[in-house]
Design a protein around this ligand. Structure first.
Ligand code: SF4
Ligand code: SF4
Length: 79
């Protein structure tokens, strides 16, 4: 089950592929899409396997990835 989701800021991406290389869950794949600089863009695939570990964001040299971790909602409290 997914523990989080990532957002790839394509305007910052320079197509290096580090995010794909370092995601141990196989959640990122370089695509055939290209940025307006003509560089390959990554896609977030297999989102259900994302552990929200943060490695992709940590390894991205261009701070192009944001991680959002799911948190369990607190039970509603009666007033
Ligand atoms: S947060 Fe971790 S599991 Fe999720 S895409 Fe990034 S490297 Fe992969
Ligand atoms: S590591 Fe960052 S710059 Fe490199 S392909 Fe992934 S998102 Fe783009």
């Amino acid at each position: 089950m997914a523990k989080g989701v990532i957002e790839i800021k394509e305007n910052r991406c320079r197509g290096c592929g580090f995010c794909e290389m370092f995601c141990k869950k196989g959640c990122i794949e370089m695509s055939t899409r290209v940025s307006n600089l003509g560089l390959p863009l990554p896609d977030f695939i297999n989102p259900d396997d994302c552990s929200a570990c943060g490695m992709c964001a940590w390894m991205c040299p261009h701070t192009a990835i944001e991680i959002y971790e799911y948190v369990e909602a607190s039970p509603a409290t009666a007033l």
